[in-house]
Design a protein around this ligand. Structure first.
Ligand code: ATP
Length: 237
């Protein structure tokens, strides 16, 4: 199997100037993922899991180390060093990120949010609308809500919309940062169903889940983090 992501000796720290504090969020992290794999990351709150994702998605710039991603369009790239333009392309076409929080665009309806994600990729209006509708239906977002602004949605509704927006793009690499945290059991099963579908289509996924049961039989390997370091590695297959 070909490697799609190779994180090598990644370190990230934060300085909070007004408090005169220095936080070592990641220390010498190395993780690799093969194409089509679903790899899990577990660890206590504050151990650095989301920081790894934010470095991959380049929300954060790491101080040390490299993040090699084998792009379909560009070939091997170090995400820690590429231009913002290339990173924008990758976010649009190749790398998806789902967190538990929905960043709401003002005056945009739920359906438009998902549709916009497809339009961004260059598809025509009618196709984008169909894809958006299929995805909203899959996640059983009440039809009454499709033309509403999500600012008034419940936590679970916001989350389902968030997942629909990321998954409608069928990214090659999908980062799932506790996407099921506040979902009820039925919605969790929907997410699991879609993850299984994406897996069978060859999508590579890196997931953070507190709910270990949810990950069962989904992940091929699992990394455990503690205080910014990788402390365990397990092959699950
Ligand atoms: N932007 C930031 N500025 C300062 N400190 C930060 C920042 N982002 C993360 N941290 C710190 O880095 C450490 C790791 O945070 P991170 O969010 O990666 O943990 P986590 O394992 O994902 O936790 P959780 O499971 O609670 O989401 C924490 O101590 C956190 O306070």
């Amino acid at each position: 199997m070909e490697e799609i992501l190779a994180i090598k000796h990644l370190s990230k720290s934060f300085t909070i100037h007004n408090l005169d504090k220095h936080i070592e969020a990641l220390h010498d992290i190395s993780i690799d993922i093969n194409e089509g794999e679903f790899v899990g990351i577990t660890g206590k709150s504050g151990s650095g899991k989301s920081t790894v994702f934010k470095c991959i998605y380049r929300t954060y710039a790491p101080q040390k180390g490299s993040i090699w991603y084998n792009s379909k369009k560009f070939g091997p790239l170090n995400l820690a060093e590429i231009s913002e333009r290339q990173m924008i392309y990758l976010r649009k076409f190749e790398i998806g990120y789902v967190s538990q929080f929905l960043s709401i665009m003002p005056r945009t309806t739920a359906q438009e949010i998902v549709k916009q994600a497809v339009l961004e990729m260059g598809y025509v209006e009618a196709y984008a609308e169909q894809e958006a509708n299929d995805m909203l239906e899959h996640f059983e977002l009440d039809r009454e809500l499709w033309d509403c602004h999500p600012s008034t949605f419940s936590g679970g509704e916001k989350l389902r919309l968030n997942i629909a927006r990321a998954m409608v793009k069928r990214p090659r690499l999908l980062l799932l940062d506790e996407p099921t945290a506040s979902l009820d059991h039925a919605s969790k099963l929907k997410v699991r169903e879609l993850i299984e579908q994406l897996k069978s289509e060859g999508t590579t996924m890196l997931g953070i889940f507190h709910d270990i049961e949810f990950m069962e039989n989904l992940c091929s390997r699992e990394y455990t983090m503690r205080a910014g370091k990788l402390t365990a590695f397990e092959n699950l297959t």
